[in-house]
Design a protein around this ligand. Structure first.
Ligand SMILES: Nc1ncnc2c1ncn2[C@@H]1O[C@H](COP(=O)(O)OP(=O)(O)OP(=O)(O)O)[C@@H](O)[C@H]1O
Ligand SMILES: [Mg+2]
Length: 222
């Protein structure tokens, strides 16, 4: 049964990949829901399916079986336009490898992403400052560090003013102090906006700040 008022509701989700001729199961009978204002940590060993689940909830990959509801609407039988519409405007995804446009400065990346989501007034400087990038807005992605790119990707996600934030290991490539700064920015953003979050992480400290944690196991390795 679906949980009322949840932004994300997943029931009985299955996903396998074909490895040669063998089906390798990654997600098995997964169910959870995330309501407005809630944050869920997604933990589990490398290869347990965290990125796979985030890709499925972004509509980049499809599940083999199970029901997904997003913003109260069933994803069953929806076409790629429906998914790209959600991804463009309501679901902000920060992937493990950021997808900044290499030919645009960090500031212009943030502006463009928000404008594509239909935001006319974009507080680029505000979002840069929020992520500790106040002086780097003019630089291009190849002129900053991996952690700075990751933070710029987060700023792009915030600037969309999304209804759901999915972040795949948002603090993974950051030093302790910067990881805390990014985590603070995430939870402050959630406190201010109520935007529900799903954060995959190997960091127990980040998971402990979330409302609840879903732990995936390595099915393929068993
Ligand atoms: N396109 C694909 N084809 C085949 N197997 C895949 C594909 N994508 C992922 N896998 C496999 O699915 C499993 C889950 O991968 P996934 O990237 O979701 O793990 P993860 O939990 O995010 O790991 P990590 O912590 O290392 O990021 C892995 O065994 C991976 O090799
Ligand atoms: Mg991953």
């Amino acid at each position: 049964m679906f949980v009322q008022d949840s932004i994300v509701d997943v029931r009985g989700l299955y996903k396998s990949y074909l490895d040669g001729t063998e089906q390798v199961r990654v997600l098995s009978d997964l169910s959870f829901s995330i309501a407005h204002g809630q944050s869920m940590a997604l933990m589990g060993p490398s290869g347990s399916g965290k990125s796979t689940l985030i890709n499925i909830l972004s509509g980049i990959e499809s599940a083999d079986d199970g029901d997904i509801r997003l913003f109260g609407e069933s994803a069953a039988k929806k076409d790629t336009d429906w998914w790209s519409g959600l991804r463009g405007t309501r679901i902000a995804t920060v992937f493990q490898n950021d997808n900044l446009m290499p030919t645009l400065s960090l500031g212009d990346n943030i502006r463009l992403r928000a404008q594509l989501a239909g935001r006319t007034k974009v507080a680029v400087e505000h979002w840069l400052t929020t992520l500790g990038l106040a002086t780097l807005g003019h630089r291009f992605p190849d002129q900053v560090s991996g952690g700075q790119r990751q933070r710029a990707a987060m700023a792009m996600a915030f600037a969309m003013l999304p209804g759901l934030l999915l972040a795949d290991e948002p603090t993974a490539s950051l030093d302790g102090a910067t990881a805390r700064q990014v985590a603070d920015a995430l939870f402050h953003h959630q406190h201010e906006t109520g935007c529900p979050m799903l954060l995959s992480t190997h960091d127990p400290a980040l998971a402990a700040r979330c409302d609840f944690t879903l732990v995936l196991s390595s099915l393929g390795a068993q």
